[in-house]
Design a protein around this ligand. Structure first.
Ligand code: HEM
Ligand code: HEM
Length: 198
């Protein structure tokens, strides 16, 4: 879904690409807000950050739902460059895990706030608490929320590294090796038929 990756861009519609990058920016903002507001704790200004974090989190879970629905109705086309089966399986598993985290983060956050003493306030409105306050449950959910943030960071790092690696492979750059001179590699490069797509 990265717009500049030559053999992946055609697979996804403009809307899917836009939703992907909105999610990326949104998750980046949520991580920054989450870590800043918990570092500030009760200092002035932290309440506003908590409010933005909760409200943006609700918008992101709606975006994730819309993305999944869109994806279900509009499956991406087959890639032009055939990748090894193991690579496709790994990418598929990674995408499923990323979708899972896009729901796990807001669900643990919402449920943690909903069962806490402070309650759940989104867009300036407090949600009713029919289940009451459960301090231990709320703390456990928030611990899970904080740990999941690191899992998400690691997954996104691996996913972005794979995307960059994939792009380098698609542009077909051959680097000089210990067994061949730079000139030989250049000759080999110009003799290699280009795997570019158009
Ligand atoms: C919060 C950050 C991110 C999340 C949650 C995320 C999530 C996802 C998901 C769920 C998919 C699969 C889409 C589908 O098939 O329905 C995907 C695809 C993709 N993402 Fe990301 N992504 C993130 C950041 C990035 C970054 C930083 C890059 C690039 C450096 C990137 C490059 C790609 C590419 C190239 C694809 C298409 C892969 C393919 O065609 O198989 N993503 N991403
Ligand atoms: C959508 C993705 C979300 C991400 C990436 C995210 C990320 C984070 C991060 C990084 C922290 C700081 C954790 C720490 O180190 O203590 C945090 C805390 C928190 N988040 Fe989220 N969050 C998300 C969604 C939500 C939602 C929807 C809510 C809704 C209520 C929420 C409520 C909270 C609260 C109340 C805290 C403070 C927890 C505490 O006091 O320990 N988060 N979040």
């Amino acid at each position: 879904m990265i717009p500049s990756a030559p053999d992946t861009m055609h697979r996804y519609s403009g809307i899917a690409v836009l939703a992907h990058w909105l999610t990326t920016v949104g998750i980046g903002a949520m991580l920054a807000l989450g870590w800043t507001m918990t570092a500030l704790e009760d200092d002035a200004g932290s309440a506003a950050l908590f409010g933005w974090h909760r409200s943006l989190g609700v918008l992101l879970v709606l975006l994730a739902l819309a993305r999944l629905l869109w994806r279900w109705r509009n499956p991406p086309g087959a890639p032009r460059r055939a990748s090894p089966r193991i690579e496709r399986l790994a990418a598929n598993l990674m995408h499923r895990l990323l979708y899972l985290m896009l729901f796990a983060m807001p669900i643990t956050g919402l449920a943690g706030a909903w069962t806490s003493e402070d309650g759940l306030g989104v867009f300036g409105h407090m949600a009713p608490q029919p289940l009451g306050v459960h301090k231990l449950l709320s703390e456990t959910l928030f611990n899970l929320h904080a740990a999941s943030a690191w899992v998400l960071v690691i997954l996104v790092g691996l996913h972005a590294a794979a995307a960059v690696r994939h792009r380098l492979a698609a542009t077909n750059v051959t680097l000089p090796t210990a067994h061949g001179s730079a000139t030989a590699s250049m000759r080999q490069l110009s003799a290699t038929p280009r795997r570019r797509l158009d």
